[in-house]
Design a protein around this ligand. Structure first.
Ligand code: FES
Length: 141
């Protein structure tokens, strides 16, 4: 039985408005969870941390959007995406980075040394897991 055909159900205008407002609110709250997969953090397993033991820039993950860098005993992941207009950077022999699109350059730790880019490259969250593998977060995708 639906509300419109119920023989003994009479709603005042106020009751009808409250009922429909409640139904609409219920529909909207469901939309927040409609696409949970679109809000997941993208994690990349870069392999055993021991593969990055030597000082230098490892560019094998450039196409995934980051470089792995070992510098001064520190291991970190640096974005490989130019902060100007998002071109993929090139790792140079001197451990700096250059952008093939408009010529911006960055140090090995991501500081801008020449524009047009103005923002430094972000260091990406990374950790070594229990199995000794380097896990890099590309953020919420
Ligand atoms: S996209 Fe890199 S300098 Fe413009």
């Amino acid at each position: 039985m639906n509300i419109a055909t119920a023989p003994n159900l009479r709603l005042t205008r106020r009751q009808f408005l409250l009922l429909t407002a409640g139904l609409a609110a219920g529909c909207q709250s469901g939309n927040n969870d409609a696409h949970p997969a679109a809000r997941t953090e993208q994690m990349i397993d870069a392999g055993p941390a021991g593969d990055f033991a030597a000082e230098g820039v490892y560019s094998r993950f450039r196409d995934r959007g980051f470089f792995v860098i070992r510098q001064g005993g520190r291991l970190f992941a640096l974005s490989a995406i130019c902060t100007h207009r998002k071109c993929k950077l090139i790792a140079e022999r001197d451990r700096s980075f250059s952008c093939p699109c408009h010529g911006s350059t960055f140090t090995a730790t991501g500081q801008v040394t020449d524009g047009p880019a103005r923002r430094d490259l972000p260091v990406l969250p990374a950790r070594i897991n229990e199995q000794g593998r380097l896990i890099v977060s590309l953020g919420i995708q």
